[in-house]
Design a binder for this molecule. Structure first.
Ligand SMILES: [Zn+2]
Length: 497
């Protein structure tokens, strides 16, 4: 158990200590923007391929290289290359250079678009580069420069740069560049305006799909992470439960911690778990999922401020595993492994789990997504008149053993009311009443006790055998010994369901 416990903790430590700048790098790349490491406002030459940033106008840094670069030197600033490679242009507005303190933008149409504050007290406004167009880097009005082809901008969270509240590219999509800007930028230069179609085509074909995700056009990507298993390729692009079953999924007699960890390093496993938990998969093919409202229970901070997105999923550039990021870190924790998210959702609140319990939730996810087969658990079927809630708790208990027995076969398990409630999706009282029913009738038996670390005794349980159930059937119920059998059933039914 120790090794599983250790591994589970490692699950969530993937991104620990990752600086905000590194995250911004990953976010930018996921949007399809070519990024550039900066020292101050200048390209960080010793971190660039051949020391030349212009190469990044043709070929953006890969996710992996960028991640490693910024991890290695957290003092680097972040720049975004404008123009065709990123599909964006930026209006750099510097009030210090306005003529006679007059804002030349007054009265001109400027749609709402991602906007950041710059150290000069001005603004960067980010726009989509109109399709098929190449726009230069040019001052279009006094104090207003269009940064296009051949340029780059320093961006948040580089020192001195900060997105305006509600105006980060996580919160709103880039607007199309207004026509008047295009006119000013191309005035007296018809050839530029015509664009270079062949160059644009080239970018479209070798750029990844994030170029469209960037502007929020691809919201419903249907992906089946298991399509490669030829015997189970689903029809119509649908990802059925059975298709998730891996070829050769076998009961793992001793599932070691490192092995459990490896499962959650696999992209297809994580994708299946993300779907299983009902989290959005859109954008994950770019390394970072489309931002959404934090789903962690009780996170009022995450939802109250105007309803903008407050969470996203990240594919780890080195491992391929997927992690949940709570932007507000409302519980003092920014990164969650998928099993942690599953457990928090089940508990209805964010809780700290110890390693062994987290491992159990991780195993459950692997079993429920069909990646591993559950251990065999022998149990007696419930009678037809067993209350629905009893069925729920009983099947939950058996599922628990089927998961835990993958690493510790045939060992009895604790089943506290609190845990049972979360695990089975019922409330604590219901869990308690159902377990009392199951113990009384012999479907579950208590075989021992352990003392938990906080001093409380906890029962250890196993499924009952046919012999237990039939021996209990002869005895009258403890709590209703004096009442006739029929009434007993009715009373209990009412109590339980
Ligand atoms: Zn949250």
């Amino acid at each position: 158990m120790t090794s599983i416990a250790e591994s589970s903790t490692k699950l969530s430590s993937h991104f620990e200590g990752t600086a905000a700048i590194t995250l911004a790098v990953l976010d930018s790349l996921a949007r399809g923007w070519s990024i550039i490491p900066l020292q101050g406002k200048k390209p960080a030459k010793n971190h660039l391929p051949h020391g030349r940033w212009k190469l990044l106008q043709e070929k953006p840094l890969s996710f992996e290289t960028a991640y490693k670069t910024f991890r290695k030197d957290p003092t680097l600033g972040l720049g975004i290359i404008t123009g065709r490679v990123s599909g964006i242009v930026v209006l750099d507005i510097d009030p210090r250079r306005f003529e006679n303190d007059e804002n030349p933008l007054a009265g001109r149409y400027l749609p709402i678009t991602p906007t950041e504050r710059t150290p000069s007290g001005g603004e960067h406004r980010y726009f989509r580069l109109p399709e098929g167009m190449t726009l230069p880097k040019r001052e279009i009005l006094p104090g207003v420069e269009l940064i296009g082809e051949g340029g780059y901008v320093a961006t948040a969270p580089s020192p001195g740069y900060e997105w305006f509240e509600g105006l980060s590219p996580d919160e709103i999509d880039l607007a199309e560049l207004p026509e008047w800007v295009v006119e000013l930028a191309t005035a007296g230069d018809a050839s530029r305006r015509a664009g270079t179609t062949s160059a644009v085509r080239r970018y479209e074909s070798d750029a990844d799909s994030s170029k469209t995700t960037r502007v929020g056009q691809v919201n419903n990507i249907v992906t089946c992470p298991h399509g490669s298993q030829t015997d189970m390729v689903p029809e119509q692009g649908e990802c059925s439960a059975s298709s998730r079953k891996r070829a050769g999924a076998t009961p793992l007699q001793r599932l070691e911690g490192t092995e459990l960890l490896r499962w959650f390093d696999q992209r297809d496993v994580c994708m299946a778990v993300v779907e299983h938990l009902g989290l959005p998969t859109a954008g994950l093919e770019t390394g970072r999922g489309k931002a959404f409202k934090c789903v962690l229970p009780g996170h009022t901070d995450c939802t109250k401020s105007g309803g903008g997105p407050s969470a996203s999923l990240y594919v780890h550039p080195e491992t391929g595993g997927i992690l949940y990021r709570d932007w507000h870190a409302e519980n003092g924790k920014e990164w969650y492994s998928l099993p942690e998210v599953a457990a928090c959702l089940a508990y209805g609140k964010v809780i700290e789990l110890n390693g062994p319990e987290l491992a159990t939730w991780a195993l459950r996810l692997l079993v429920e997504t069909g990646f591993i087969s559950p251990a065999k658990v022998k149990a007696v079927d419930l009678p037809d008149d067993a209350p629905e809630t009893v069925r729920k708790v009983y099947s939950g208990f058996l599922l628990l053993l089927a998961c835990k027995w993958l690493h510790t076969p045939d060992v009895p398990s604790t089943f506290s009311w609190r845990f049972a409630a979360a695990w089975c999706g019922v409330d604590k009282d219901t869990a308690k009443r159902a377990m009392t029913w199951l113990l009384e009738k012999g479907y579950v038996r208590k075989v021992g006790e352990i003392t938990a670390s906080y001093g409380r005794k906890m029962g250890l349980f196993l499924p009952g055998t046919e012999a237990h159930v039939s021996s209990r059937a002869d005895k009258p119920s403890r709590t209703n010994a004096t009442k006739p059998t029929k009434a007993t059933t009715r009373t209990k039914k009412r109590n339980i369901s």
